[in-house]
Design a protein around this ligand. Structure first.
Ligand SMILES: [Zn+2]
Ligand SMILES: [Zn+2]
Length: 138
């Protein structure tokens, strides 16, 4: 993936922090918590900077935020083309290994909200045992 191109297309300035964040997220299959990301960032980069940069990536729908039971986690959205595909999909969190999976094929349907309520974000998490843990136990 060309991170610079991705940032440019999203009209975000190219900062080394943003590129590094994208790289970190791109190499992991599971969603990472803020703490994990913090640990993976090289150099001195404080929490506020990381958080601010993550937020801008979330706003541009390059990364999505998952409010899991354990922590707030971040995952790179497959940025292969410019389809502003709705990133609202179901997440699965394993209560055994705490891994959060994206279930991109499971879309969250748009619920009709009562008058006066406005959606900003959909979050749908299924808790359970993942297939890796399932095999371990059987
Ligand atoms: Zn598991
Ligand atoms: Zn996801």
């Amino acid at each position: 993936m060309n991170y610079k191109e991705v940032l440019k297309q999203s009209k975000l300035s190219l900062t080394s922090h943003r590129i590094e964040l994208l790289k970190i997220l791109a190499t992991r299959e599971r969603a990472l918590s803020e703490k994990e990301i913090e640990g993976l960032m090289r150099g001195n980069c404080n929490r506020t900077t990381i958080y601010r940069n993550l937020n801008s990536l979330v706003e541009k729908k390059l990364v999505h935020r998952i409010l899991s039971e354990e922590a707030v986690k971040y995952k790179l959205i497959a940025v292969n083309q410019n389809n502003s595909s709705d990133p609202d999909h179901v997440h699965f969190e394993c209560t055994n290994c705490n891994t959060t999976y994206c279930m991109e094929e499971l879309e969250i349907k748009d619920f009709e909200l009562p008058d006066g309520f406005q959606k900003t974000e959909n979050q749908f998490i299924i808790l359970g045992i993942c297939k890796n843990c399932h095999y371990e136990n059987s």
